[in-house]
Design a protein around this ligand. Structure first.
Ligand code: MN
Length: 245
């Protein structure tokens, strides 16, 4: 692995975390020269917070950009910052630490595990998909702001009421923008259909993501051109019992 990949991989949390109220699972399929994807999460009392990032650029630059962004977001979270404060901390880190312009797209979300309310900010990131009863019912289109690293006026935070068993699929563009040899995009429809079929088979979140990531790689003929990251956030009283494949 490259130094950038080592730095980033060492900073990532375990791939799956579960309590009796929530399951968070992620996969990050890196390219050989690092596309700059990263993910993070923390469960603190009633709040489960997740972050998926994709730094623009490649190699050491993208890896360092992503690592600095993740560190800034973690520090803001530990200082009891809300989602806009976490995004502002990332903006500041990117503009203060680097002389050149560095941008990171990101999805930051907070689930209240008692109430099922999800708040989220979308900094130029692909739209997350909400699954209910195993069907994709909508994409979350609120909470839009500029990519992290671009000066920004605080706007509205997106909000969504989860039902028990709801799952939110968050992913980077390395998933949907994966092309096969004939130039066909992987796309959101393929992603959604496959996720629904895994859910119909009642597969646990880690196995669902493993199959999705494998299918993305297979689509590209085994040579990915960008990092591909997928995360599932599931609000469920019994999902924790299903995190073991
Ligand atoms: Mn990407």
């Amino acid at each position: 692995m490259t130094p950038a990949a080592e730095l980033l991989m060492a900073a990532l949390p375990p791939l799956t975390f579960s309590t009796h109220q929530v399951v968070i699972s992620a996969v990050l399929q890196p390219t050989y020269d690092v596309g700059g994807d990263a993910f993070d999460y923390a469960v603190d009392g009633p709040r489960a917070r997740v972050v998926v990032l994709d730094a623009m650029g490649r190699g050491l630059t993208a890896g360092l950009t992503s690592a600095a962004t993740m560190a800034a977001i973690r520090a803001a979270r530990r200082a009891a910052g809300d989602l806009p404060a976490m995004a502002r901390a990332a903006d500041r880190a990117l503009t203060d630490q680097f002389a050149d312009a560095r941008f990171v797209t990101g999805l930051l979300a907070e689930l209240n595990v008692e109430q099922g309310v999800v708040q989220y900010l979308n900094a130029g990131h692909p739209l997350p998909i909400l699954f209910r009863d195993g069907r994709a019912i909508k994409t979350l289109t609120g909470g839009r702001r500029t990519p992290l690293g671009v000066r920004h006026q605080d706007g509205e935070v997106g909000a969504e009421q989860f039902h028990p068993g709801d799952r939110l699929l968050i992913y980077t563009d390395g998933v949907t923008e994966a092309y096969d040899r004939d130039g066909a995009r992987f796309g959101t429809e393929r992603l959604t259909d496959l996720a629904e079929s895994c859910m119909a088979d009642r597969l646990p979140p880690p196995e669902t993501l493993r199959r999705l990531a494998y299918t993305v790689i297979e689509h590209q003929g085994g040579t990915p051109s960008d990092d591909a990251t997928l995360m599932l956030l599931e609000w469920s009283a019994e999902a924790a019992a299903r995190t073991q494949p």
